[in-house]
Design a protein around this ligand. Sequence first.
Ligand SMILES: C[S@@+](CC[C@H](N)C(=O)[O-])C[C@H]1O[C@@H](n2cnc3c(N)ncnc32)[C@H](O)[C@@H]1O
Length: 543
Amino acid sequence: MGYLPKNFDGSFLTPLLSHEYGKIRLLAAKNIAKLTNFDNTAILLQTYQNETDTGVKREIVSAIGRMRNPGNKKILIDMLEDNDPKIVCQAIRGLLVFKNDSKVTGKLKPLKNHQNEMVRAVIYKEFFAEKSSGKNVLRHPQSYDYLKNVVVNDDVLQVLKYVSDESVHLTFTSPPYYNARDYSIYSSYQDYLEFLEKVFKETYRITKEGRFLIVNTSPIIIPRVSRSHSSKRYPIPFDLHSYLVKMGWEFIDDIIWLKPESSVKNRIGGFMQHRKPLAYKPNPVTEYLMVYRKQTEKLLDWNMRSYDLETVNYSKVPDGYETSNVWKIDPTFDKIHSAVFPAELCRRVIQYYSFKGDLVFDPFAGSGTVGTTAKSLCRFFLLTEQEKTYFDYIKEKLGQETLFDQLPAHFYNLKKFKEHISQNKAFDFGEKQISSLNTLAESHNIKLDKHRKDFFSFEICFDNQVNQMTEVYFGTVEELFEFANSKLMELSDNEQLNSYQVFFKELVSGTLSETYTFNDFNKKHLATKAMEYLYTLLKGPKK
Ligand SMILES: C[S@@+](CC[C@H](N)C(=O)[O-])C[C@H]1O[C@@H](n2cnc3c(N)ncnc32)[C@H](O)[C@@H]1O
């Protein structure tokens, strides 16, 4: 009935709550809700108890909630037991008005362990989500300058070790097609999936809050070994999906990239001849673009509002955008790389999922299409590609500076990238640890180099008597701790100090290459020991 004025006489609505048609009962409940009249509670509750239609029940809970009457708290609390999660969410909504009442919060908070994910998410957002991570020094639209327009030639997993948390706005990539092409070989499908799991876990870490990952994959076929065997088809997008959601990526959309049938490999030929059932093999004209968002309790609106008006206006998607999730785009064939993205595909993804000035990442850059397109759309790019031939190809395309370049591209191997990072990277190691390191350093007359502190690279100032300065480079904090932790796992206390020494010697001689897991206790403990050992290395035991 639309808006109902305060003095509206809605008494004719209550008998309709027992009408034989569910639709009428639903509309009655909906309009009673607008009246917010406490006198209706009893009849609403009675209807709720006898109602079988869940839609009507939900409206009733909403009506009771909308009254905002403290006398209804008990009724709403009882409704939290309903087995329809949507009703539980409605009841929560009604109760959140009384968030200051400890009895109410005492009932709501335990729902963070509710069996339903929607209920858990609401409770988490209301009571448990950190308002701001406070971890990142950058504002949401910003990214580190030293990562902008950078291409690194190495294994993506090695490169990402040096990239800070929450650095990139969008990742668009097409991973290797298991063993279907020559450029990468995995010992098994499981190995391949686990490799991708590691890459997308790291991608998750370096992605900004609430931003997107778009993965282009398709089922692939590995040809049969001989005529007496069958070929094997691997459903990559479907298998990868469960890994991605498990690590926190929230599934948003599936977009189908549809290619002309004439452009794909013919599989239907045999069937066309014999028409025998079971041997039907359609031509695969589609690939998937699976769209995921980094988990956050914040709405998309939060992401969008963090940009200034000028950027938002500049980034508006022009007319002619795709309205369905089926994108008809011709594939691109390339003389050097066998699996390049069509520029049109990249253009759409970048335009629809990023703003001007954002940093777009492609861990499997290939010929660098994501880079060239990002650049043409006034975004920045960060690319990794392990094959030198393709890296050189990217360099050819992105390396030529023009007068209009906002920022020239930089091309590095891993070693040069590490150096580049060590000269530029801002601090992102826990403040607490750093301040305890500082205190310790001061007590040993060692000065930390503030510009490089996350790199655990120190400028060590000897005291005035020696009057000498040395710089020691050790690698990232994570490398240091991971390595040390692995060494310390099974050692007794006495042995631990020794192992620190071994560890630092290995570091100094540059043999640090493995990765290990570590925990916070060991991190802190090691930070202290590290400084002490550094001191003894340089000055002998402290008296
Ligand atoms: C499907 S192609 C990507 C093509 C790209 N979308 C383009 O437009 O050219 C996958 C690329 O990932 C690269 N690659 C495979 N394993 C890698 C790794 N561990 N680190 C970095 N790049 C890798 C391969 O060399 C290949 O060029």
